[in-house]
Ligand binder design. Sequence first.
Ligand SMILES: O=P(O)(O)O[C@H]1O[C@H](CO)[C@@H](O)[C@H]1O
Ligand SMILES: Nc1nc2[nH]cnc2c(=O)[nH]1
Length: 270
Amino acid sequence: MYDKVMETVTYLNEKVAYRPKVAIILGSGLGDLVDYIEEKVEISYEEIPNFPVSTVAGHAGQLVFGKIGGVEVLAMKGRFHYYEGYDMKQVTYPVYVMKQFGIENIIVSNAAGGANSTFKPGTLMLITDHINAFGTNPLIGKNDERFGPRFPDMSETYTKKLQELAKTTAKEMGIDYREGVYLGTTGPTYETAAEVRAFISMGADAIGMSTVPEVIIANYTGMNILGISCITNMATGIAKEAHSHEAVVEIAKRTGNEFCRWVAETVKKI
Ligand SMILES: O=P(O)(O)O[C@H]1O[C@H](CO)[C@@H](O)[C@H]1O
Ligand SMILES: Nc1nc2[nH]cnc2c(=O)[nH]1
């Protein structure tokens, strides 16, 4: 794994002159953030040695290097999900690459169902913590100390300093946001109403099918982490209507403008 990651890193080092300090993983329908990136260099996942490829609608499958207000960034337009059939090492492969590429800060975003009944579709939620309901962990297997420790601490997974930065920025910009706990499941089914009731009793405010594996690896490798969920629908049982991924992507795109403005301004201060 280490050699493969370094092969990918070498390729990127040769391909682009950028050396970003911030990476952004864009969730379903949130790809428009790349419109805020100037002097872009785009690379398709297909071209990158050892990189998986995206198979989900709303996930383009490109690394986008460039600048937001002078700050060099790397945006991942399209992520990998466990339900696509990738194993956890493949799902989290880009995070290993980002870290070895020298990136110290990661912003993870997602489209998620609202489990907190005070939320509504379009709410932006700053992730304060998460619950791993995948039933597995991307760090299972032999540990490579070059990446991180065998037993990573997760007592401050979502970096307090970055949360404060995002909150101050939101207040300055008049952006409305909430805070809460993201629960990640394998999908690809949306939840049953009974599962949603169980997840609420566990402390979930938002439910999705991503983010947790990436964050586990980012924390393990020692990155600073900021997470934002875009609530695209209320979770099953709270919502009256059935879910569809098309509706998820549409709401994410509609809310995307606020999300993009918020992330872009926050990035400038990192
Ligand atoms: O988490 P992201 O990739 O934003 O997408 C969310 O939306 C999709 C379901 O509609 C799932 O992939 C879920 O995880
Ligand atoms: N698991 C899950 N993922 C989502 N992604 C967007 N909405 C939802 C949802 O309600 N549940």
